[in-house]
Ligand binder design. Structure first.
Ligand SMILES: Nc1ncnc2c1ncn2[C@@H]1O[C@H](COP(=O)(O)OP(=O)(O)OP(=O)(O)O)[C@@H](O)[C@H]1O
Ligand SMILES: [Mg+2]
Length: 1012
């Protein structure tokens, strides 16, 4: 088959992408385990065999490379032979000659090889020749007289002797060490090799030999000569068949990232993962092409098309129709469009299936075995041919509407340039998508219709509405699908379409809708301008629906920009008008805006209003408003520390959103984020992470949900945190206005750096994140409290380490840097108090944390402050409370209250263990060791400085901690300065520090220093 050569050539061309052979294998643990079990069997002295099947490029060779490396490590001799596609001719025994090459090169490996003439002949390339007569099953032509037709088959054409000799050679080799024989690509094996393989597998029983033969599953058509052999072999007791399935998407993503060494955007990774469908080779090719900006790599196209070109003309026609029809195609459609006779059609379809080009899906339709194959066939069509096929399919679908969906009709009509039909079908498809709750698809179809609008003369008649109405509808779909930016753009173009003479009420509607969309992309000032403009366009009397919504929207936007009295006036009007007109949704929306504008309202009143708002929103059937109310109910509960209640609201809301198909619209996404956070706070870390990871591919505007998984990953010290942090950070430049994404990413970055002891990175990240938040939410940026609280921890550590070595100016630098952060936190509290009043319990808790860390920064243990911080997080934030307890224990130790310190440390440790919060756990354990706390922490051994440092080094370290120079150390310990410096270097190296100061800090953190 020609494809083999092309495939290997194509591979040779991937040079922009680093080859992966040295890099670790991705996934495949299960299959490798099964293969290794067979190797073990051989080691135990029994023969064993595996038939490894998988599609071309799925990773058979890579897996076998891994296997042979592992086997070689265990002292097993590995012999590999490759079959090569040489078409009909075939060199007999080629894979075995290949396999035995090492023996030919080193005859002492197996003396028999040099003495047995059959073997010397084989190894020298002189084989007994192919079997003289084709086997009866392999196409003997009985009509033509053959010269030797009557002659009897020779009982032994010399082959038996050869088989025996090879088996003997293998046994001799195996007597020295267990043997792994790998035969690659046996779908190309010549007949002699097949026979030899059959012979060996049935002959070898009690030898330490394992044979692994690989073959391409997709090459085995129905009459492939390997088939009968496989069927026979699997019946042998020692033979197992292992199928190599496509790699899971996550593994392909890992592979792509590794290949690109971090150099490609995540969107490319996603794109390659989707298109490769688990095929490693395709993934590599697509990545290489992606880097070069090619759609479908040429090498890959050739490989794929080579398989098509070998088929009959009718089969190729079927493939072209299937490719144009879509990923799945019904028999009837091919019959109607194909122009083939019934018998011919059946045969052509059967041919494509038997050669693994098409497969029959569960629903009885045909689909391409691999989507890239379809792409290749499509790319190979001439433009005219393609348009013609689309037109035939469109005509068929118009005639038999039940045969396809409106979306399909739209697609084929558009591709065959029947734009009016495409337009109408797109609108139908949008209705269908909406009715099954699929806003993303609805949006796509509406946008398709909008694009066709100018090209369809009677568009308004066909649509039954004008373009502005269609734009508004499209914007609404965009909002439901979480595409807020798109919604804003669509509404702006609706506004542009209306022009100066348009009906004022209509303009007002567009403007307040635009305001509602703008606030979702954090353009609060712009939203306020639009809502004011809307209000000015509609008179207050008589009350009207448009005026009510304009007032409701303006109330909300006024509150958002901090114009409280302007907001109140609009809200009062909206509430009165909504009540008068029976507009429950507008009433609810306004009630929520009003009650959330101030934080000093009596909680009972807040709750009462929100409950009523929920009831009215539900009655009105307006799910947008309903979700907003639910979000606020959940947020209020969260802010007041009622985490259980928050989770119950959020769970209820996200469940309903899922049912409605608006899971990723604005509020449902916010609710999901809240859920991830609340589960984390409540200490249910597994659930939090699972919720964040529910979908690996989320719409960008919901990226903060997935990013929120960082809370748990960082808390656990999970190595995956780095990667996810990288992913989230890469999104920020593009999604700058996505405040929560920035916040959660910033917090994770700071905490991660803090745990690693990189105080400068933590402080810098905190400053950046705080400044961004201040700019984005000028009067409500209490989020900085958490950023500052976390960053201060490492600044205070660094200051303490500097003090420990008597580096006063170093300590002062950290104090100055930390104080700058504390100022930001204090100012956020003041600004918030002026605009909104008191803060929620979580913010309160973080404020106590900032103050406690501030004291520590200045060298004041301040146990009382830390006690307040422990109490502050007592509302139910398990982890942060434990973290505060750890510091409280430290402060208590410093002030001499060892008993209380031990109690706090034990409590913190218990939580850290329960959550799997490894960094915190390690820190508490180090504290217990360092302070020699009288507390039994499960799993903690008493400190053993001697295991790390020699006694002399321990003495030197103690002096270093007092800030002594090498000379002073030498004088004190009666050793030379030079010897002292050698000890210092050793200490630094053993602790993995970059210098003496850091060595002391590390030693202190690990409990290696005597308590001062
Ligand atoms: N699990 C894996 N981890 C990392 N790389 C892989 C993995 N599987 C395959 N690859 C890479 O993908 C490419 C194709 O894999 P491989 O050559 O093993 O496929 P194959 O199944 O042997 O294909 P063929 O049938 O064409 O011989 C290779 O470059 C290989 O290194
Ligand atoms: Mg291979």
């Amino acid at each position: 088959m020609a494809s083999a050569a092309v495939l290997s050539e194509a591979r040779a061309t991937i040079d922009v992408v680093p080859r992966w052979d040295d890099a670790p294998i991705v996934g495949r643990a299960d299959e490798l385990g099964r293969l290794l079990a067979h190797v073990q069997r051989a080691v135990d002295g029994r023969s064993s065999a595996v038939l490894l099947s998988g599609d071309a490029g799925v990773g058979k060779t890579r897996l076998l490379d891994e296997l042979t490396a592992r086997a070689a490590e265990r002292g097993i001799r590995v012999l590999s032979g490759h079959c090569v596609d040489l078409g009909e001719v075939g060199l007999p025994y080629l894979p075995f000659v290949d396999l035995l090459r090492p023996v030919a090169a080193e005859p002492e490996l197996a003396p028999i090889a040099a003495t047995n003439p059959v073997l010397t002949g084989l190894l020298a390339g002189r084989t007994p020749g192919p079997p003289p007569v084709p086997a009866p099953t392999e196409g003997r032509d009985l009509s033509r007289p053959l010269p030797n037709r009557a002659a009897p088959q020779p009982a032994d054409d010399g082959r038996l002797q050869l088989f025996e000799s090879v088996a003997g050679l293998i046994c001799e080799l195996a007597a020295a060490a267990p043997l792994l024989i790998v035969l690659e690509d046996v779908h190309w094996a010549d007949r002699s090799s097949r026979d030899l393989l059959r012979y060996l597998l049935s002959r070898l029983v009690d030898e330490p030999v394992v044979v692994v033969a690989s073959y391409r599953a997709d090459d085995l058509h129905r009459r492939h000569p390997l088939r009968p052999l496989l069927a026979e072999l699997v019946r042998l007791p020692t033979v197992e068949r292992v199928e190599l399935a496509p790699l899971p998407d996550a593994d392909v993503a890992t592979l792509v990232r590794e290949l690109a060494a971090g150099g490609v955007p995540e969107s490319t990774v996603d794109d390659v993962v989707i298109r490769a469908e688990g095929n490693a080779f395709y993934a590599e090719e697509l990545l290489a092409a992606g880097l070069q900006g090619e759609a479908l790599p040429l090498g890959l196209t050739d490989v794929l098309l080579a398989r098509v070109e070998q088929r009959s003309l009718a089969a190729q026609q079927v493939l072209r129709i299937a490719a144009v029809a879509g990923r799945r195609v019904r028999h009837e459609l091919v019959a109607a469009v194909g122009g083939l006779g019934t018998g011919e059609l059946e045969q052509a379809l059967a041919e494509t299936v038997h050669h693994h080009l098409l497969v029959v899906s569960d629903d009885g339709r045909y689909r391409f075995r691999h989507a890239l194959l379809r792409e290749a066939v499509l790319a190979d069509l001439l433009p005219g041919e393609r348009v013609r096929l689309h037109a035939s399919i469109a005509a068929y679908l118009a005639e038999v509407p039940a045969a396809g969906t409106a979306a399909e009709r739209a697609h084929h009509a558009r591709e065959s340039n029947d734009l009016p039909s495409a337009f109408s079908a797109s609108l139908e498809a949008a209705v269908a998508a909406c009715s099954v709750g699929a806003p993303a698809e609805q949006l796509q179809h509406l946008e398709a219709a909008l694009a066709l609008w100018p090209a369809v003369p009677d568009a308004a008649v066909r649509a039954g509405r004008d373009q502005v109405a269609l734009l508004m509808e499209t914007a609404a779909a965009a909002r439901s699908g979480g595409e807020s930016h798109r919604a804003v753009a669509l509404l702006r173009s609706a506004l542009g379409e209306l022009g100066p003479d348009a009906d004022a009420v209509r303009v007002a509607r567009v403007r307040y809708t635009l305001a509602q969309a703008m606030v979702r992309v954090e353009d609060v000032a712009g939203a306020h301008r639009e809502s004011a403009a809307a209000l000015a366009l509609v008179p207050a009397t008589p009350p009207s629906e448009a005026r009510t919504w304009a007032a409701a929207t303006h109330a909300r936007m006024s509150y958002a920009v901090g114009a409280l009295s302007e907001g109140d006036a609009a809200a009062d009007e909206a509430l009165a008008a909504a009540a008068a007109l029976g507009m429950d949704d507008a009433w609810s929306d306004t009630a929520v805006s009003q009650v959330r504008a101030r934080s000093d309202t009596d909680p009972a009143v807040v709750r009462g209003l929100l409950d009523e708002a929920l009831e009215r929103a539900r009655r009105s059937g307006d799910v947008d408003v309903e979700m907003r109310v639910l979000f606020n109910l959940a947020s209020v509960a969260f802010e007041n520390g009622r985490i259980e209640e928050c989770l119950s609201w959020a769970g209820q809301a996200t469940g309903r959103a899922r049912d409605l198909g608006i899971e990723w619209s604005f509020y449902p996404a916010e609710l999901r984020h809240l859920q991830v956070t609340a589960l984390y706070v409540a200490g249910d870390w597994d659930a939090s992470l699972a919720e964040a990871d529910l979908l690996a591919r989320v719409p960008e505007m919901a990226a903060h949900v997935r990013a929120a998984g960082l809370l748990v990953l960082v808390g656990r010290g999970d190595p995956a945190a780095e990667e996810r942090l990288g992913w989230a950070k890469a999104l920020i430049p593009r999604l700058r206005e996505h405040v929560l994404l920035g916040l959660v990413t910033g917090a994770a970055e700071i905490d991660l750096a803090a745990w690693k002891g990189e105080a400068a990175t933590a402080a810098e990240a905190a400053l950046g994140a705080c400044r961004r938040l201040q700019a984005q939410w000028p009067d409500d940026h209490l989020g900085v409290l958490r950023l500052v609280g976390t960053a201060l921890a490492s600044a205070a550590d660094a200051a303490a380490a500097a003090r420990l070595v008597g580096d006063a100016s170093g300590a002062q630098r950290w104090v100055t840097a930390g104080d700058e952060l504390i100022d930001i936190a204090r100012s956020a509290v003041e600004v918030h108090a002026a605009a909104y009043g008191p803060m929620g319990v979580e913010a309160q808790a973080w404020l106590t944390r900032v103050e406690s860390e501030g004291a520590r920064l200045h060298g004041d243990p301040a146990p009382d402050r830390w006690r307040a911080s422990v109490e502050g997080f007592g509302f139910g934030h398990a982890y942060e409370q434990a973290r505060s307890r750890w510091r409280l224990a430290e402060a208590l130790l410093a002030t001499g209250d060892r008993v209380s310190a031990a109690r706090q440390a034990a409590a913190a440790h218990e939580v850290a263990v329960r959550l799997g919060a490894t960094p915190l756990r390690t820190a508490v354990e180090a504290l217990a060791r360092r302070g020699r706390l009288d507390v039994a922490l499960p799993g903690v051994r008493t400190p053993d400085v001697s295991a790390v440092l020699t006694p002399r080094e321990a003495e030197v370290l103690a002096l270093l901690a007092q800030g002594r120079t090498n000379k002073q150390v030498g004088a004190e310990l009666y050793i030379s300065e030079k010897t002292a410096s050698v000890h210092v270097s050793n200490i630094i190296a053993k602790l993995g520090a970059s210098g003496r100061t850091e060595a002391v800090a590390i030693a202190a953190a690990r409990g290696l220093l005597p308590t001062p």
